[in-house]
Design a protein around this ligand. Structure first.
Ligand SMILES: NC(=O)c1ccc[n+]([C@@H]2O[C@H](COP(=O)([O-])OP(=O)(O)OC[C@H]3O[C@@H](n4cnc5c(N)ncnc54)[C@H](O)[C@@H]3O)[C@@H](O)[C@H]2O)c1
Length: 351
């Protein structure tokens, strides 16, 4: 299926590296507000309008920044195209619900990042959970902690405008829903300790900016099937030994790699003596994206929902909004949507 790229910035490389070798997606054209960036992809360069008017391209990859997602996705749907979009699907759940309704009304599909749960690591974890390898799931802990990207990123302000929940929490929430099923309620609290940050590298080195949303978040996630999880997402932590993600079961603990990538090693622990069994799920994709795009193309052919479905993306966005609502109200807040666990992939990533 011929696909056109809209947005040719930093993440587009990850898509290009993987999808150039795809046997289901043919990258046909690239559009960006900055034509130089579109040219750097090596694909035929077109304007957004030309791409949307091209009847030979039924699929658009929306790789623009978060604030542009809804506008670009709406225009693509109105032009009759299926859409793959980077996360988040829109800035608010209400806007995302409008887009999902528009797609449904036109018989089109939206699928969205995060799709890292389709990678070998999280698919292996799902297989182990479904096979009862760690018994009944009691709970989980999720942790993404960094001192902040201003030390290495030349333009870190947009990451502090999104904050740790929208920038990184989305990977953990989507992974947990794919493993444990939908969320039902959330409690949360947040704070900012160092609001003023100084860019350390690049042409803007020495420039300061203010963190627009809180930088340290602690959430309690209550899943409909019963598991309870804690989630710490922070731009305030200087080094930690906390694992990124652990599932606690009645017969063992499963330690997962950072869910922002497709691959990584799993550890299975059955006792408190620190002995862990290493599980190598295979897959060596590295820093790429595209499994969700391929699954979307297959879903359209097979007349089924894509695994990284609009329903799943909306539930993830709902969870992020609910975390914010709970932190503001100081109360446990109910989610407004639900989502079925996506079906497992029979075959994991091409390496
Ligand atoms: N950079 C990463 O490492 C990374 C990783 C995972 C996910 N993402 C996600 O990918 C998305 C893009 O991030 P990025 O880092 O590539 O951003 P970026 O700023 O590097 O690139 C975005 C590009 O989109 C173009 N653009 C903006 N609005 C447009 C419009 N209306 N029409 C056409 N082009 C437009 C910009 O000119 C820019 O080149 C974000 O949603 C981000 O959350 C990024």
């Amino acid at each position: 299926v011929r696909a056109g790229l809209i947005g040719c910035g930093s993440v587009s490389r990850w898509y290009l590296d993987y999808l150039r070798g795809s046997d289901v997606v043919e990258l046909a054209a690239a559009a960006d507000r900055d034509p130089e960036l579109a040219r750097a992809t090596g694909l035929p360069v077109v304007s957004v309008e030309e791409l949307l008017a091209d009847g030979s391209v039924p699929l658009v990859l929306n790789l623009t920044p978060a604030a542009a997602h809804a506008e670009v996705t709406r225009a693509a749907l109105e032009a009759g195209k299926h859409v793959w979009t980077e996360k988040p699907v829109a800035m608010t759940l209400a806007e995302a619900q409008e887009l999902a309704a528009l797609a449904e009304g036109r018989g089109l599909k939206i699928a969205a990042a995060s799709d890292t749960f389709l990678g070998a690591a999280l698919q292996k974890a799902r297989e182990l959970v479904d096979a009862g390898e760690i018994g009944e799931i009691v709970g989980a802990s999720a942790s993404f902690t960094t001192a902040g990207s201003e030390a290495w990123h030349p333009n870190p302000d947009h990451l502090f405008a999104a904050g740790p929940i929208y920038d990184e929490g989305v990977y953990f929430l989507t992974a947990l829903v794919s493993l444990l099923g939908p969320l039902r309620s959330i409690s949360a609290a947040s704070r900012t300790v160092r609001p003023t940050r100084t860019i350390a590298t690049g042409p803007r080195a020495g420039e300061t900016f203010e963190a627009a949303v809180p930088t340290h978040w602690v959430s309690l996630l209550d899943f409909a099937a019963g598991p309870l999880a804690t989630m710490t997402m922070s731009f305030e932590v200087l080094g930690t030994t906390s694992p990124a993600l652990e599932l606690y079961g009645t017969t063992g603990t499963l330690r997962l790699p950072f869910p922002g990538y497709y691959d990584g090693t799993l550890l299975l622990g059955r006792r408190h003596d620190g002995e862990w069994q290493t599980i190598d799920p295979g897959g060596e994709l590295g820093l790429v994206r595209g499994l969700g795009v391929e699954d979307l193309v297959r879903a359209v052919e097979e007349r089924r929902e894509p695994r990284a479905s609009a329903e799943l993306a909306l539930h993830g966005l709902d969870a992020m909004e609910t975390i914010g609502r709970a932190a503001r109200s100081g109360r446990r807040e109910e989610l407004r949507t639900t989502a079925a666990r996506p079906a497992r992939l029979a075959q994991t990533s091409r390496s």
